[in-house]
Ligand binder design. Sequence first.
Ligand code: MN
Length: 287
Amino acid sequence: MTLFRNNPRIRCLALIALAVAFAGFAPAAGPVVGLILNAEQAADLSAGKPVAARYVAAVEKAGGSVHFFVIGDDAPGRLGKVDAIDALLIPGGDDIAPDRYGQEPDPRLETVEPALDALESALFKAARDRGMPVLGICRGCQFINVCHGGTLFQDIPTGYRRKPAVSHRRKEGETYLRSDHAITIRSGSVLARATGATRLTVNSYHHQGLDRIGGGLTVTARSSDGLPEAVEGKRGPFLLGVQFHPERDFENTPPFEGIFRAFLAAAERYRNGKPTPKPREGARPRE
Ligand code: MN
């Protein structure tokens, strides 16, 4: 002990050995979830402001971490960053440009961001090509449907008129407020297993809705007016889109937390089976 206390070199080596031992026992970091940011969020990110805080908190609570994708990450040669993630999360946001599903803009179409649509489309394809789990929330759910060849109601109040009417979004002045409504979930579906429920009250903020369902997808939840509230892939790796926002209330809504747990469990399975990415012949090193 005297030697340890009096010899700074030995003390230093002992501390290094201790640190190495602890690092060896530290649990491995969880799966990495790619999260897509719009232009405004990307600007906040580069200004050092926190972005997409609720999504990040929900992913971290379920044992994962987040890697942000910003517009420009779909430029040629940059999509290699997809190999650094284990799952893709397409979050909520503005409307989707209707030319993506072969329609002219409705007069009630709201803000669209075609550069964001392009980024999401490229990332969705790259993720699915690799067999990666994908979770779409609100706009992300709609985007999954569009990527599968489906269409949207550009404005639910005027485009979707089945009764009884359900409020999917409330507006006061220029502010959009949450609306709560019930959904019925198909038993045995990914969503039913993740939430442990076949009937659930959800928050609702969406302007657009799913009209024709894309090939390879199946509706697994509806509100009482019949509007789709969730879609899943009929086969293949985890693919779930929900119209509501589980990231907003996951702390006090166990079924919502369950969605992130199921998503992260799928990401973990993908990570464990993922082959180590090899650089292609003649490929430039990644930045
Ligand atoms: Mn809704």
